[in-house]
Design a protein around this ligand. Structure first.
Ligand code: PLP
Length: 395
């Protein structure tokens, strides 16, 4: 038999998420007729608004199926820039917008743009795990820094100063964050930027959960003066705009990087998805924004419900998250093995949640992520099931 081609070594570093095993088990249970409440997924449970879908259908019917420019339709870039003006009062030159296949496309472009093999990038632990893997793909090194409730699980300027090493080339934050739902204020972002700038590094700010904040508006890093031309903002149509499957996001980069980004987009993606771009234009219409804002209010109510109910079960929130649709919960009173805990919860209650070990190492076995991507009725059922489970001793 012919020898099989070996996998590239980098694959050793790219691990599957633990939650995938739980998801498989959840599917098995469902096929046996068990009712599973899915609070593990990182995607809104709302469909794309009908007017957005219709815009996509109209584009298809009009034959809009060819490649667009590699960094996207100019009219979509303009619409994105206008959105920054309308929502944040930030004037943004639309030429600085690069439309990408999801925020994931933006992340692969910006990391390839900036980092060489051996370079390090500071990130918060816990954080979005895929970021590490984008860096591994380049032979670069995620340098995770343990964060806790005292800094609302966000990297601080002091930590950037303290943990910057000889090979560090940048810092990468997310506001609101996955898995913690916590924000960085513009002041905190500015302080981090000052540390990064002083060391000649780049600052990457993931704003994919913007729009999903409760009782306040997130501040965009684009409101900061970008003195060193080293600020990159990542965003997407996936979360606030409820368009996960359309695969569309964007990157805002300093002007001098647009040409190399265009060159990479030409080579790696050719173009972002055309139909999705036409649909996304409709996502900024007043009609769509009204729908998104109603949905934001629904998420707000769900968050408040869980924040009220969970502590009585021994599921602690060490700070109340103001954004995204996640609660990063301290379950140290119940377990010190987050994966085993999530497995037992699934088996015995049919509630699917994500173990903290999917988001880093720091106190990861004492945490779980609960996504409030189900309606209030289902959330109340989930709470009741968890209450029974924990009252029975959690096993
Ligand atoms: C923090 C963060 N960044 C980026 C992404 C990628 O999103 P997408 O590629 O769907 O835009 C996600 C998805 O969950 C995320 O949570």
């Amino acid at each position: 038999m012919a020898a099989l081609a070996p996998l590239a070594k980098r694959l050793n570093q790219i691990k599957s998420f633990h939650v995938m095993a739980l998801l498989d088990r959840a599917k098995q249970l469902e096929s046996q007729g068990r009712d599973v409440i899915h609070l593990e997924v990182g995607e809104p449970d709302f469909p794309s608004p009908d007017n957005v879908v219709q815009a996509g259908i109209r584009a298809m019917n009009a034959g809009q199926m060819r490649y667009t420019a590699p960094t996207g339709l100019p009219e979509l870039k303009r619409a994105i820039a206008d959105f920054y003006q309308a929502r944040y009062g930030v004037a943004l030159d639309w030429h600085r917008v690069v439309v990408t296949p999801g925020a994931s496309g933006a992340i692969s472009l910006v990391t390839a743009l900036l980092f060489n093999p051996g370079d390090g990038v500071l990130l918060a632990d816990p954080g979005y795990p895929c970021n590490d893997n984008f860096l591994h793909l380049l032979g670069a090194q995620p340098q995770r820094v343990a964060t806790g409730p005292e800094s609302h699980y966000q990297l601080t300027a002091a930590q950037v100063r303290q943990h910057w090493r000889d090979n560090t080339r940048g810092a990468w934050v997310a506001s609101p964050s996955n898995p913690t739902g916590t924000l960085l204020s513009l002041t905190e972002l500015g302080a981090i930027q000052a540390e990064v700038d002083a060391r000649g590094g780049a600052l990457l700010v993931d704003e994919i959960y913007h729009g999903l904040t409760y009782g306040l508006e997130a501040e965009t890093a684009l409101a900061l003066p970008d003195l060193n031309d080293s600020l990159f903002v990542i965003n997407s149509f996936s979360k606030y705009f409820n368009m996960t499957g359309w695969r569309l996001g964007w990157l805002v980069a300093p002007e001098r990087y647009i040409e190399p980004l265009d060159r990479m987009a030409q080579n790696f993606f050719l173009a972002p998805p055309t139909v999705a771009q036409h649909a996304a234009l409709e996502a900024f219409s007043p009609q769509s924004i009204a729908i998104y804002e109603q949905r934001r209010e629904i998420l707000h109510q769900r968050r408040d419900f869980l924040v009220r109910e969970l502590p009585a079960l021994g599921i602690r929130l060490r700070c109340v998250p103001q954004g995204a649709f996640y609660l990063y919960c301290d379950v140290s009173a119940i377990t010190n093995d987050s994966f085993a805990f999530c497995g037992q919860v699934l088996e015995q209650t049919g509630v699917a949640i994500t173990p903290g070990i999917d988001f880093g190492d720091h106190e990861a076995n004492h945490h779980v992520r609960i996504a409030y991507t189900a309606d209030l009725v289902r959330l109340a059922q989930a709470v009741a099931r968890l209450r029974d489970f924990i009252a029975r001793g959690g096993a």
